[in-house]
Design a protein around this ligand. Structure first.
Ligand code: SIN
Length: 535
């Protein structure tokens, strides 16, 4: 077999964060699986997830309370069925993670739960203090590596989906080692490439979060949904020259407070839950305080919690801030909001099925409607876990019902590996050199499609982006594809935000500041060559 021959597998999984890994484990029981990652295997948003994973597992909690909190945060736009799946199935999948060796933090022998914004109970599990995603990922890689039929292919950038007669039958990827384009033919393809935070100049997301899965699905003709809903995390580190490192909401859950430039604890003027109000409210309150006091940040005050507690409870955050000259037990920490999470994505049913036969999506790449207009803190790892497993299950069932036999992993000279991820870094990787057009897109999105939006800015943003006329790369390089992907998604976010003439959850329009259920209690939908609609 030559390097030009297609790689034949039963299932292709693009992305190896929590959703991709959990799906691969489900798929590996049934057929051959190839998991592609565009960077090192551990370089995903999961690896950097701090706060934790929410589930109604404590003695004073109930799934109905988790459901209510999720619906309230979603501001009238959650898909109730998806929420029920999440909160009801979540505990079972977390128990499975524990059985597979995930070491969540404990108080004595019992699981330790923390509180985060808009949760009515302490229900957020964490691991190694603030390295929850990394620990879950470690356990999932260990589990996956015991399954013979799962192979991993790092530094493989998926450039496009292959479609035949309206069905997705595989993909093309750029093999970074050889610089060649390779073809994978698969009976079903799962997109689990995470989010799109890199569309914005200010983001907590790792450099890999360029929305690739959403962009290639859009190019292939799939329906995308709810793209205007981008969550801005209130507290990213705001130090010149430092990345917008996430300062977990769990810091506020443990008692951290926000102060403005004159050291006033201002959140009491905005919401009864103060620092633990829903994220959109805290983020907008911070913007308003920054504007009022003419500053570029507010402070997160943790000094009353003490260095020794903070070092033990939040070791990764403590060490990272120390590297930027801040002892969070003694110094006020400058923070400001940054793009954090895409509630929208490739529209799916409750089993990860997209509008294109053969194509599935899960995790942040997908839009099940589970988060509505604003995700409840620490529901994202849970979503990846639950809906990743369900997508895997559906792919197996759908392929079997088409009576196409499941094969052995076909022989291929392409270099793949068993799961043996290298350890990730404690903080984000250093930013790659982005070309000027990439930076321009990020600035436009941040300034005109950011936390507070209006029709004039959105129209201008769309016009400027359109005028950039970035071509789909014909001789793809990863950088060229990422540039094209953020350009496509930047326009889609702006177009959906312009169409939604109301304010709801994370989408705030100063020209339409009121929620309008009569017209907009619906999901935006967008597809190639079509106008934005609502369904
Ligand atoms: C955080 O730790 O604040 C982030 C967790 C999340 O986004 O759910």
């Amino acid at each position: 077999m030559s390097a030009n021959d297609p790689i034949q597998v039963d299932f292709a999984v693009v992305g190896c964060g929590i959703a991709g890994l959990r799906a691969a484990i489900a798929l590996g029981e049934a057929g051959s699986v190839l998991v592609l990652a565009k960077d090192a295997l551990t370089e995903s948003a999961t690896e950097y997830a701090q706060g934790g994973i929410a589930a109604a597992l404590s003695d004073d909690d109930e799934v109905t309370l988790h459901e209510q909190d999720t619906l309230a945060a979603g501001d009238g736009l959650c898909n109730l069925e998806a929420v029920r799946v999440l909160v009801q199935e979540g505990p079972r999948y977390i128990q499975e993670l524990i059985d597979w060796g995930t070491r969540f933090d404990r108080a004595g022998t019992r699981l330790a739960f923390t509180r985060e914004g808009a949760h009515s109970r302490s229900r957020v599990l964490h691991a190694q203090g603030d390295s929850t995603g990394r620990e879950i990922s470690r356990a999932l890689f260990a589990r996956a590596s015991a399954i013979r039929k799962i192979r991993f292919c790092p530094h493989a950038f998926t450039t496009e989906l292959l479609c035949e007669e309206g069905r997705v039958v595989g993909l093309r990827f750029l093999d970074e080692a050889s610089g060649t384009l390779r073809t994978v033919r698969a009976r079903a393809v799962l997109l689990a490439t995470g989010g799109l935070g890199q569309v914005y100049s200010e983001t907590t997301n790792p450099e890999v979060a360029t929305g690739d899965g959403m962009a290639i699905a859009y190019d292939a003709g799939a329906v995308l949904s709810d793209l205007e809903f981008v969550q801005f995390h209130p507290t990213a580190l705001a130090v010149k020259g430092a990345p917008r490192f996430l300062l977990s909401e769990a810091l506020r859950g443990e008692g951290g407070v926000l102060r403005n430039a004159v050291l006033e604890r201002f959140m009491k003027r905005y919401h009864a839950a103060q620092e633990l109000a829903p994220r959109d409210i805290v983020a907008r309150a911070i913007v308003s305080e920054m504007q009022r006091t003419g500053t570029e940040f507010v402070y997160l005050d943790l000094t009353h919690l003490g260095s020794s507690f903070l070092r033990k409870r939040f070791p990764r955050i403590y060490e990272t801030c120390l590297r930027y000259g801040l002892d969070i037990g003694e110094d006020l920490v400058p923070v400001r909001p940054a793009a954090h999470y895409a509630m929208g994505g490739v529209r799916t049913d409750l089993w990860g099925r997209t509008s294109l036969p053969g194509l599935y999506a899960a995790g942040e790449t997908a839009s099940t409607g589970v988060h509505g207009a604003n995700r409840l803190a620490s529901n994202s790892l849970l979503e990846g876990l639950v809906f990743g497993a369900r997508a895997g299950q559906a792919m197996v069932e759908d392929v079997c019902s088409r009576k196409s036999s499941i094969s052995k992993l076909a022989g291929s000279k392409h270099k793949t590996a068993r799961a043996n991820p290298v350890k990730g870094n404690p903080a984000r990787h250093a930013a790659p050199e982005r070309e000027p057009r990439f930076r321009k897109i990020q600035q436009i999105l941040w300034r005109q499609v950011g936390i507070i939006r209006n029709g004039t800015d959105l129209e201008q943003a769309i016009a400027t982006l359109r005028a950039m006329e970035i071509e789909r790369p014909t001789a793809p390089s990863r950088a060229a594809c990422e540039l094209y992907n953020v350009w496509v998604l930047g326009q889609l976010i702006a177009r959906c935000a312009l169409a939604r003439k109301e304010s709801r959850g994370s989408h705030y329009r100063s020209d339409y500041p009121i929620r309008n259920d009569e017209e907009f209690a619906r999901h935006s939908v967008v597809q190639r060559d079509r106008e934005v609609g609502f369904a």
